[in-house]
Design a protein around this ligand. Sequence first.
Ligand code: G16
Ligand code: MG
Length: 206
Amino acid sequence: NMKGAIFDLDGVIVDTAKYHYLAWAKLADELGFKFTEEHNERLKGVSRMRSLDILLEIGGLEFPEAEKVVMADNKNRLYVEYISRLDESELLPGVKAYLTGLRARGVGIALGSASKNAEFILNKLNITELFDAVVDGNKVALAKPDPEVFLIACRELQLLPEECIVFEDAEAGVQAGQAAGMKVVGIGSREVLKEADLVIPGLHVL
Ligand code: G16
Ligand code: MG
């Protein structure tokens, strides 16, 4: 009996991971090492600065904080260039139909993402109007697996955690949803998302 649905962005609504990858790989290239798509799996659902730390760890490099901020800014500028070309055609299968159906049933819809570019992306995908609340990396202090992002989203929907369901593609996100006291639908593979209450390949199957 779901009254609220809270969606992660990258990996659930749109595959922005491939653009994050291109931008991070360019930084690694400039720093003199190869950053692979397999490495990129470790950055899914992880905040920008934490992602940079993981990338530098892979390259075996260390930098002072001030230089890391510059690197993260440069990476983000390139990433924003890529995602400024996003449009509705990049919505993952079934997203539009599922959200529209939920709205018709009166279910509250929120975004719960680590990204600071979430509003920009929703606008590009032309689905901003489908959301009653948008909670993103600008509103949240504690990264997933901390439940903060989903608790704020559920409060903004004026619902209780047990009335909400989280849709997540990352392990840390599944943990965050469960720590918030919500049921979690994992989007992706059962091996990675074994803790989720249900695992599906995408919203198109619902
Ligand atoms: C997304 C991506 C992560 C990215 C994070 C922050 O998380 O999966 O790879 O590092 O957002 O993005 P930005 O650099 O735009 O602030 P989510 O929570 O939407 O899956
Ligand atoms: Mg995600």
